[in-house]
Write a protein that binds this ligand. Structure first.
Ligand SMILES: [Zn+2]
Length: 254
């Protein structure tokens, strides 16, 4: 149970909120919507993945969203980072993202933090969150967050992309493998900048949010213990069954 009952049972949905979310309340009831409103979700990185993740969390009515990024908007971001336009070039991503998303849904709380996540601040950033979503483009920070999520027992939804390729892994500490269990001490090997078609992060981000909404509401079956690989070149999805690595230095330290 990701959102404890005492957190959501006293949440009130206004008539406007019930109308806004009517089509999804048909799926998981007002109880599910209240859980979404009570939820605290962090999105680390507001680029190709993160803009799409944040937008869908906002549309779904996740009540408390923390966005983290420290980069300015560049013209070369605009083939995939859906919240930004030509006139935003040079502004900080976090400022533009928060402003636009607040307009998109005034019923929720959106907070932005302009920081680079590292070992010194990661625990304080994630400590109040129910769930962390990976919007990053580098493995160094991703592994710091993976470790912190395992340490703090926070579910972590990873996606990574390049070109027309993407991968997805849902990490539930103590239950399913973490990123280190599967990839080990993976280092950045991607060229910088790496090639990517805008559709790829959009697809993977939407899969991440589908998993997030299921974990929060309890509706549906999350993709646990499987690594999902998307290959847009051939338009195929593959699933690889995975399990925790008993020798994983991240999980072992619990
Ligand atoms: Zn592990």
């Amino acid at each position: 149970m990701l959102i404890p009952i005492e957190r959501w049972e006293n949440i009130v949905l206004s008539d406007a909120e019930k109308e806004r979310y009517n089509r999804q309340i048909m799926l998981f009831g007002e109880e599910g919507q209240k859980k979404l409103k009570a939820a605290k979700v962090g999105v680390i990185g507001v680029g190709g993945l993160g803009t799409n993740i944040a937008q869908q969390l906002v549309f779904a009515g996740v009540g408390n969203i923390l966005l983290i990024d420290k980069d300015p908007i560049e013209r070369s971001n605009l083939n995939r980072q859906v919240l930004y336009t030509e006139e935003d070039i040079g502004k900080m991503k976090i400022d533009v993202a928060v402003e636009k998303l607040r307009k998109a849904n005034p019923f929720i709380k959106i907070t932005g933090k302009k920081v680079i996540v590292d070992d010194s601040n990661v625990d304080s950033i994630i400590k109040d969150l129910d769930l962390v979503i990976d919007g990053l483009d580098n493995w160094e920070t991703r592994m710091i967050i993976n470790f912190a999520c395992v340490r703090n027992k926070k579910p972590f939804i990873h996606a990574g992309i390049e070109g027309l390729y993407g991968q997805l892994l849902v990490v539930i500490p103590r239950k399913t493998p973490c990123l280190y269990c599967i990839f080990g001490a993976k280092k950045n090997v991607q060229q910088k900048p790496f090639p990517v078609l805008g559709v790829t992060p959009a697809i993977m981000a939407n899969l991440q949010v589908m998993e997030a909404l299921k974990l929060i509401t309890g509706f549906g079956k999350p993709a646990l213990n499987k690594l999902i690989i998307y290959d847009g070149y051939y338009e195929t999805f593959s699933e690889i069954d995975v399990k925790p690595n008993e020798n994983c230095p991240v999980c072992r330290r619990l």
